[in-house]
Design a protein around this ligand. Structure first.
Ligand code: ADP
Ligand code: MG
Length: 190
């Protein structure tokens, strides 16, 4: 995992595997502190052991590393990772902080690409992305609305793909969330 985008894709994949139909992602970037909250409506965390690298419900590989690695990435910058069950019925809330003052902070990576990949890898899922800074909070992408407006045919045209990608990128950049921002981008620990 060399950047935040890699971690994000892993978290979204976890939500998909947990049978979620909707994932809400909120980014907030203020004074070099990146806060990310992800809420899904999947089956919900079934064990408080998820930060343990030997806990996984997947059958193909014995070790579940996504969350322990994210925890490490966050804690290396004096940040944190918190995961909890949303309610009795299920759902998961995950929150993490990366402190970009810290020399060990990993770069953002291409976050817009992650949402584009998610939209096209799991067309049945709805992803909503909200980004905020000290000045404003905006819905940057709502794939349910995008799919509704465009319809299947248009959605898969390469121009539309490109447009969606560039729009997310531009909106994130307007909130200061830009791969160019990060420090230490030459590091690749894994
Ligand atoms: N959003 C989620 N909803 C329900 N369970 C989850 C979610 N995210 C993670 N989990 C649980 O935590 C385990 C560990 O996740 P992770 O560290 O990403 O490893 P892996 O995905 O390889 O199993 C998963 O196997 C799953 O049981
Ligand atoms: Mg995973």
């Amino acid at each position: 995992m060399k950047n935040i985008a890699d971690h994000l894709f892993d978290i979204l994949e976890n939500s998909v595997k947990a049978g979620a139909s909707e994932v809400k992602v909120k980014f907030s970037f203020s004074k070099r502190i990146f806060f990310c909250q992800i809420i899904d409506n999947g089956s919900g965390i079934i064990s408080s052991n998820v930060e343990d690298p030997f806990f996984t419900t997947r059958k193909t590989r014995r070790v579940g590393l996504g969350l322990p690695l994210l925890k490490k990435t966050a804690e290396e910058t004096q940040g944190y990772l918190k995961i909890s069950r949303l309610n009795k019925e299920g759902g998961t809330k995950l929150e993490f902080i990366i402190n970009f003052f810290h020399i060990d902070a990993k770069p953002f990576g291409d976050l817009a690409r992650v949402f584009l990949d998610a939209l096209y890898s799991w067309p049945q899922m709805n992803f909503k992305l909200i980004a905020q800074n000290d000045f404003s909070s905006d819905v940057i992408m709502d794939t349910e609305k995008v799919k509704e407006k465009l319809g299947e045919d248009l959605l898969y045209s390469s121009q539309i793909k490109h447009f969606i990608y560039e729009t997310i990128k531009k909106e994130l950049r307007a909130k200061g969330i830009d791969d160019q921002f990060s420090i230490g981008s030459e590091k690749d620990n894994y």
